[in-house]
Design a protein around this ligand. Structure first.
Ligand code: HEC
Length: 136
């Protein structure tokens, strides 16, 4: 009886480890995910998390990317910097500069759709107006 119980717990444990391993590898930028998901409205954060956050966060090895835009530091950005970077977000995605082409060769599904570009640019405008309004 005791042996059956032990065998059962062992297989449960093995399954739990297996499950956490397989689901864990599916989410790409695992560290710091919450950082971006809690920063903006869900639909915006989801797109940024999927296509941008990987390079644009403090843990990124891409020094140029995080110098250009670092979502981990977003809350510390000045009003001028926030508004400037927001404008750049819409510009770079409209001109197909972001995400970079090389990255899209490896991860084609991370290319933004026209709808996503439209949604982000609309949000950029609203968010910028909100930030400037709150300044006064
Ligand atoms: C593979 C890494 C990578 C990904 C993914 C990526 N970027 Fe970038 N990004 C960079 C690099 C590198 C730079 C800096 C180089 C430059 O300024 O040309 C940059 C710069 C920027 C800048 C700053 C431009 C400026 O002149 O101030 C913005 C804004 C930006 N990216 C937005 C985005 C958005 C939005 C996404 C997702 C749709 C994205 N990036 C995805 C690598 C990336």
């Amino acid at each position: 009886m005791k042996n059956i119980f032990l065998a059962l717990s062992a297989s449960f444990l093995a399954m739990a480890i297996f499950l956490s391993f397989t689901t864990g590898t599916k989410q790409l930028p695992a560290p710091g995910n919450d950082e971006i998901l809690n920063l903006f409205p869900t639909e915006v954060s989801t797109i940024l998390n999927n296509s941008c956050f990987q390079c644009h966060n403090s843990d990124s090895k891409n020094v140029d990317a995080k110098k250009g835009l670092n979502f981990s530091e977003w809350k510390k950005y000045s009003v001028i910097k926030k508004v400037g970077k927001l404008k750049k977000v819409c510009e770079t995605i409209t001109e197909d500069e972001m995400p970079p082409e090389k990255f899209l060769e490896r991860f084609p599904h991370k290319k933004l759709t026209d709808e996503q570009v439209k949604l982000l640019c609309k949000w950029v405008k609203e968010e910028s107006e909100k930030i400037v309004k709150n300044m006064n």
